[in-house]
Ligand binder design. Structure first.
Ligand code: ATP
Length: 362
């Protein structure tokens, strides 16, 4: 908390449904702060694809400086058809995650009561996985280039290198083990492709084996990413904490949240665990141009990310209250169309807020 005795949150709604869902997330956090009697102040930054069309930049030139002293960042989504995806992603979201060394991307996948799962396993209880994504290097290191277009049509080459450092692998793998050690079923599953990626991912595997020796109480499994994708569908009960590289864990988290019912449900935290920089909280989904402006985006991924933010800020009781309020509202049928309901974005938020008083500490 800053000296004004209020949490200062940098809000970046971004593009498409990002703007619609972040508005709802802010409404929920402001309500919780009022009821729990703590201060919270939101500074909104207009960065994104519209900003790019006006200024030629996805964010202000000194954007990182403008938000580096905030307690947390609340992010909607980035990407719109007017700007190439690699420019919008690198110019905003990756500029923040890499600039602030937010090396741990935490993506819980919860199977909420009342939501029809795509995964057709009625024999299983409520699954709760946590995907831990390496968020600072790997396939998203940004190393490479394009050349030889001057040789004529069809002759250009592109090189995109992945970067795996011992330090980068070890810190994320250790994070996964530390988290697993706090859960009732202590297990970490690692996904690589070290048969084909014989340098970086073999290094990852070796570090995984080394770190696992420090956690004899934690069960481990290692799978190739293709087998792992099948495992999510065929043996979901075998998964608890899953750790993977930047690209692989990104793909698995979309798979996981789709299996749980919708991409719109999934929350995520981009953490700088060292706390040298603010961490960023955002839904897993993107800007979803197909439903933008219709008022039907599912706000739960974003509101759930607000719970992750509260936990990071040391507000555990309020985080739990919010998670319970989401479960209650969903269980009572507050569902947007992507999960088979008829509620709009605002109505789902209202239903969650209506449940909060029962759960917030008095
Ligand atoms: P990105 O690459 O930025 O993650 P994406 O291409 O994976 O984006 P999304 O924008 O995440 O795509 O959306 C994929 C589809 O999932 C959308 O077309 C939309 O129908 C659905 N979807 C995503 N988020 C939501 C949401 N919050 N509510 C309802 N449907 C959603």
């Amino acid at each position: 908390m800053s000296e004004t005795n209020a949490y200062r949150i940098a809000v970046i709604p971004g593009d498409g449904i990002g703007k619609e869902v972040i508005r709802e997330g802010v409404r929920v956090l402001a309500y919780i702060a009022e009821r729990a009697r703590f201060g919270i102040a939101f500074d909104t930054f207009p960065w994104g694809c519209e900003y790019y069309l006006e200024t030629g930049r996805m964010m202000a030139a000194d954007g990182l400086d403008q938000i580096k002293h905030h307690d947390a960042i609340y992010f909607g989504a980035v990407g719109w058809k007017t700007v190439p995806d690699h420019i919008s992603l690198w110019g905003l979201r990756l500029a923040i995650t890499q600039g602030f060394d937010q090396w741990a991307n935490i993506r819980p996948v919860k199977f909420l009561p009342g939501i029809k799962r795509v995964l057709n396993r009625p024999d299983l209880g409520d699954l709760e996985w946590v995907l831990i994504r390496e968020n600072s290097e790997g396939e998203y290191g940004g190393f490479g280039g394009r050349n030889f277009s001057g040789r004529g049509a069809g002759k250009e080459i592109a090189v995109q290198s992945s970067v795996f450092t011992e330090e980068g692998c070890e810190r994320i793998i250790r994070y996964a083990f530390d988290l697993a050690a706090t859960r009732s079923r202590k297990k970490v599953t690692s996904a690589t492709k070290s048969n084909a990626q014989q340098y970086g991912m073999v290094l990852w595997d070796e570090i995984f084996a080394r770190v696992s020796k420090d956690y004899p109480q934690v069960e481990t499994e290692q799978w190739l990413i293709d087998a792992m994708a099948a495992r999510f569908v065929q043996k979901p009960e075998s998964l608890e904490v899953v750790v993977g590289s930047n690209l692989f864990a990104d793909i698995l988290s979309d798979l996981g949240s789709a299996l749980a019912g919708s991409l719109g449900l999934a929350s995520s935290a981009n953490l700088n665990p060292d706390r040298r920089f603010p961490s960023m909280f955002e839904p897993v989904h993107g800007s979803a141009p197909d439903i933008a402006g219709k008022g039907i985006a599912n706000p739960i991924g974003t509101i759930g990310s607000g719970a992750l933010m509260l936990r990071h800020l040391g507000r555990e009781a309020e985080a739990i209250a919010l998670e319970r309020a989401i479960e209650d509202a969903v269980g009572q049928g507050a569902l947007t169309p992507d999960v088979g309901g008829t509620f709009n974005t605002t109505q789902v938020t209202d239903a969650i807020i209506a449940q909060l008083d029962r759960h917030l500490p008095q």
